[in-house]
Design a protein around this ligand. Structure first.
Ligand SMILES: Nc1nc2c(c(=O)[nH]1)N[C@@H](CN(C=O)c1ccc(C(=O)N[C@@H](CCC(=O)O)C(=O)O)cc1)CN2
Length: 289
């Protein structure tokens, strides 16, 4: 078995701070013939909580499947009151993109995916408009046109959830999808729906943030990739990017400049999510880059 063909795994852990956590995890992996290729940890001093991400691979012996690792790890997890997940990196997360009429983030993500820059299986694109069908089908992907009105919003979300189920979607990426998801949708998709908001949150939540920024006279605009929650644009922030502006720029120029920041923040956030580098910590995130 060559180095490249060895199975690689990730373990993420969060638990109350305690002595012996790192030793217990490393001993567990050592005893199963694994070698650690990357490890990082963080302690939140405010809530005294410990976070860890370990990337490991089999040496000689074949490591058990993740469900068996889960089973074997349960006693250690119980001892330290851990929340934990094992991931097999050979299984790339299945990603569904959602878009409305602005296609720059969709286009950027599809190019990165098609050129190997995003470790995900893109399974299709859903939209409440027809504008992005052409580029989607150019990439050979399914395009699900799900138009809606305020009266049909719930039925439209049911249709989207049917696609999530039938396509076995792991993560829903809102690439400038301009519809507010219902509390029901947010609950079902909690922790696996990522939005790119076109402002440097917490500034300028909601619709038309570039107009808000222009009218406020800010000197920096930005974009924020965050997990989606019922509270609009209040979800745990994953990544942000900014661009400098000044009085010479009009709103259309802010929109154009802001697009680069949106694409950069969104792409990094999705890649880190797909590499299992993010642990949600209340209304924040720990990102092991
Ligand atoms: N429950 C959530 N849904 C969404 C979130 C979120 O954080 N929580 N982020 C938004 C994205 N967004 C800004 O980034 C945003 C999208 C839409 C609106 C809005 O007012 N939409 C109107 C309809 C607009 C239209 O039809 O063109 C609405 O839904 O009533 C504000 C902000 C994605 N969803």
């Amino acid at each position: 078995m060559t180095a490249d063909s060895k199975s690689k795994y990730v373990l993420t852990v969060s638990c109350p701070e305690a002595n012996g956590i790192v030793r217990a995890v490393s001993d567990f992996l050592f005893e199963r013939g694994a070698t650690i290729s990357e490890a990082a940890q963080h302690r939140d001093p405010v809530i005294d909580r410990f976070f860890m991400r370990v990337e490991f691979e089999e040496v000689d012996a074949h490591l058990p499947a993740t469900d068996k690792l889960d089973e074997d790890f349960a006693d250690i997890a119980s001892q330290f009151l851990m929340k934990w997940n094992f991931f097999d990196l050979s299984r790339r997360p299945r990603l569904l993109l959602a878009v409305s009429r602005h296609g720059h983030c969709l286009n950027d993500i599809l190019h990165r995916w098609s050129s190997g820059g995003l470790p995900a299986e893109v399974v299709g694109v859903v939209s409440n408009h027809e504008d992005m069908r052409g580029i989607t089908e150019w990439y050979g992907l399914d395009y699900f046109h799900l138009p809606l009105t305020p009266e049909t919003k719930s039925a439209q979300e049911d249709a989207m959830l049917d696609i999530v189920s039938s396509k076995q979607v792991d993560v829903l990426a809102l690439a400038r999808y301009m519809q507010i998801l219902s509390p029901r949708m947010c609950e079902i998709m909690a922790g696996r729906t990522i939005n790119i908001h076109h402002s440097f949150l917490p500034g300028f939540k909601g619709a038309n943030p570039y107009r808000q920024a222009y009218m406020r006279g800010v000197k920096i605009i930005g974009a924020t990739a965050h997990y989606v929650t019922t509270d609009l644009d209040e979800g745990p922030i994953i990544e942000q990017a900014v661009e400098r502006i000044d009085h010479n720029f009009d709103i259309d120029e802010l929109i154009q400049i802001g697009r680069d920041a949106e694409c950069a923040a969104f792409a990094r956030a999705l890649k880190w999510h797909c590499e299992h580098r993010i642990i949600i910590n209340g209304n924040k995130t720990v990102v092991f880059k």
